[in-house]
Design a protein around this ligand. Structure first.
Ligand SMILES: [Ca+2]
Ligand SMILES: [Ca+2]
Ligand SMILES: [Ca+2]
Length: 311
């Protein structure tokens, strides 16, 4: 097992050049680019052949990105890499009170029709386009070329008129599953949003609530939100902080409006998806620490048993 300086297991989830270069001096990493130190220095002193030029451009771009990342992360950067997804668990909140993790993306979801109970199970999906940033930054949070997508489902609980065309609504049984795909293949389809491994699973503590206009007509426009508990996934330990209302872990909010198309006769809504919370650098669970301890004791025992026979 090998680790780099930011605690990323290089033999398990390969660390990308983006953060390797950011934290390890380029001069210590020449072999990564198929050169030894002497060749690298020579290359820096003369015109490059096209292939080497390409390598160096890639290398310099990585270094520049890394510098920018470190500058933005500040002195207390606490980068983690969970399956290839990189973020700073001490990032400054984009807006006050939002916590150090904000994932944003677009959404597609099925509309329900009031009076048709068979439509009350609402499902949706989307791509997480950015983490802790105001513009799309999939390339920097997934530097190895992965993608985070999500799917969710919930069941209509109530619709209450607020007068005119406006109504409040609530949904029960909201579960959001965030998927880590090894390649960026999201094309808006359910299939491309639900492939990969489960990165994070979140379950609403209570109801998702919201309000809007045209609710239940297929021309729904409005906002909804819910408090969530972490209930699974590869990154679960990084988000199970209990720092939100009532000891929940994250807040989900979404806007929606007609997407202008249907799937299987069901109107589709589109809008925004935001997942906010605090994140921490996960620590090994006591059980795995104990196993490591037992392993060390076992090794010591083997050595002791061998010693009498050793000359
Ligand atoms: Ca934190
Ligand atoms: Ca995918
Ligand atoms: Ca929790």
């Amino acid at each position: 097992m090998s680790w780099n300086v930011i605690g990323c297991r290089t033999d398990y989830f390969p660390c990308h050049e983006y953060h390797e270069v950011s934290l390890i001096s380029p001069r210590l990493q020449p072999r990564k680019y198929g050169m030894d130190s002497a060749v690298l220095e020579k290359a820096q002193l003369r015109r490059f052949k096209p292939s080497r030029s390409f390598v160096m451009k890639k290398f310099l771009a990585g270094a520049a990105m890394a510098t920018a990342l470190l500058a933005s992360a500040g002195a207390h950067a606490a980068l983690v890499n969970v399956g290839g997804v990189v973020w700073d668990t001490e990032a400054a909140a984009i807006l006050p009170q939002e916590g150090d993790f904000l994932a944003h993306g677009g959404i597609y979801e099925t509309a329900f029709t009031l009076g048709d109970t068979s439509s009350y199970s609402v499902t949706g999906r989307g791509l997480i386009e950015r983490i802790n940033y105001t513009a799309t930054n999939l390339d920097s949070y997934c530097p190895s070329g992965c993608e985070l997508t999500y799917t969710f489902s919930m069941v209509l609980s109530s619709v209450t008129s607020l007068g005119g065309d406006t109504a409040a609504f609530s949904f029960s049984d909201l579960v959001i599953q965030v998927w880590l795909g090894s390649a960026a293949n999201y094309d808006g389809s359910v299939a491309s949003a639900s492939d990969g491994i489960l990165w994070l699973e979140l379950t609403a503590r209570d109801l998702l609530t919201g309000f809007g206009t045209g609710i239940g007509t297929g021309s729904d426009t409005g906002l909804g939100s819910a408090y969530l508990d972490v209930t699974g996934g590869l990154a679960a330990a990084y988000f199970d902080t209990n720092t939100k209302l009532g000891g929940t872990d994250m807040v989900f909010s979404s806007s929606f409006q007609p997407a202008g198309f249907s799937e299987n006769g069901v109107a589709i809504l589109t809008g925004t998806f935001d997942l906010k919370g605090d994140s921490v650098q996960a620590v090994p669970e006591p059980a795995s620490l104990a196993l490591v301890g037992l392993g060390l004791v076992g090794l010591a025992g083997v050595r002791r048993r061998r010693q009498p026979g050793a000359r």
